[in-house]
Design a protein around this ligand. Structure first.
Ligand SMILES: CC(C)=CCC/C(C)=C/CC/C(C)=C/CC/C(C)=C/COP(=O)(O)OP(=O)(O)O
Ligand SMILES: O=P(O)(O)OC[C@@H](O)CO
Ligand SMILES: [Mg+2]
Length: 240
């Protein structure tokens, strides 16, 4: 049976610490045509804030995943389809590679392993909170990023590799290098997607495109355009 993310083109990442745009609701976010919602952010997320988003998004028919930034924010909620747990391959402190995970497994009782999956992050925008927090080495060539992606797939069995440029549009050659390096794993790209064209361009070099801040800064209609952009890119690739 294939994993759900193999079917995704577009993921909407909702940051529980950020306000929605204008008077929009979480129902509007769920109606953007996105394939899945990831609930997470690096800074100032709490389990209470995450729960509020889960409760507001459930029953809108969109798969819901929590992406916790640390063990303390994980919410035990049947409404979640699962947990996507980051591990940062280019972090400078093993805490962000396996240490936080070890602590989580140590303190949590009864983890639901069937709903727990990992994402092999390669964090590449040095100005993003995720990069600062994890001390990520963002000074990598496309070749090195491709090698990290291959290590994630072939040596660490990661089903999802995530090239992360949170806050800025990434270097397409670098994303492509990760994509080209993978045979089986699914490549997520996230960072700085603002419109149809950004989503279309990154959709050509990634299996799924993640859109985050746009929802909070410009709203659900802007997100809808990015859904169209990546779906068109993937349809063009399928026709080629
Ligand atoms: C073991 C558990 C349960 C958790 C550990 C999870 C890890 C390793 C987290 C490291 C940091 C990380 C990769 C967080 C993922 C979410 C993410 C990248 C959100 C986007 O972050 P930014 O856009 O940088 O943050 P803000 O928008 O909050 O500034
Ligand atoms: O917020 P943006 O820049 O869209 O980034 C999306 C996501 O990759 C963040 O983890
Ligand atoms: Mg962000």
């Amino acid at each position: 049976m294939s994993a759900p993310w193999e079917e995704w083109d577009h993921i909407l990442k909702i940051d529980p610490d950020k306000e929605l745009y204008g008077d929009e609701t979480f129902a509007d976010a769920c109606k953007t045509g996105t394939d899945a919602i990831e609930i997470g952010g690096t800074l100032d997320v709490t389990s209470e804030k995450a729960t509020r988003v889960i409760e507001a998004c459930k029953e809108h028919g969109v798969p819901l995943y929590q992406e916790p930034s640390n063990p303390a924010v994980v919410v035990d909620d049947e409404a979640l389809d699962g947990y996507l747990i980051p591990t940062v391959f280019n972090a400078d402190d093993p805490f962000w590679i396996t240490g936080a995970h070890k602590e989580w497994v140590r303190i949590a009782d009864d983890l639901d392993w069937d709903r727990t999956h990992t994402e092999a992050y390669i964090v590449l925008n040095p100005d993003a909170s995720a990069a600062e927090l994890t001390g990520a080495d963002c000074d990598l060539t496309p070749e090195e990023v491709g090698a990290y992606a291959r290590v994630a797939e072939k040596m660490f069995g990661q089903d999802i590799v995530y090239v992360e440029y949170s806050g800025t549009l990434g270097d397409r050659e670098t994303v492509k290098a990760a994509h080209d390096a993978l045979e089986e794993s699914t490549l997520f790209y996230g960072g700085g997607i603002h419109d149809y064209d950004d989503a279309h361009a990154m959709g050509k070099v990634a299996d799924a495109v993640v859109v985050g801040d746009l929802l909070h800064d410009e709203g659900a209609d802007a997100v809808c355009e990015t859904v169209e952009g990546v779906k068109d890119a993937h349809a063009e690739l399928a026709d080629a």
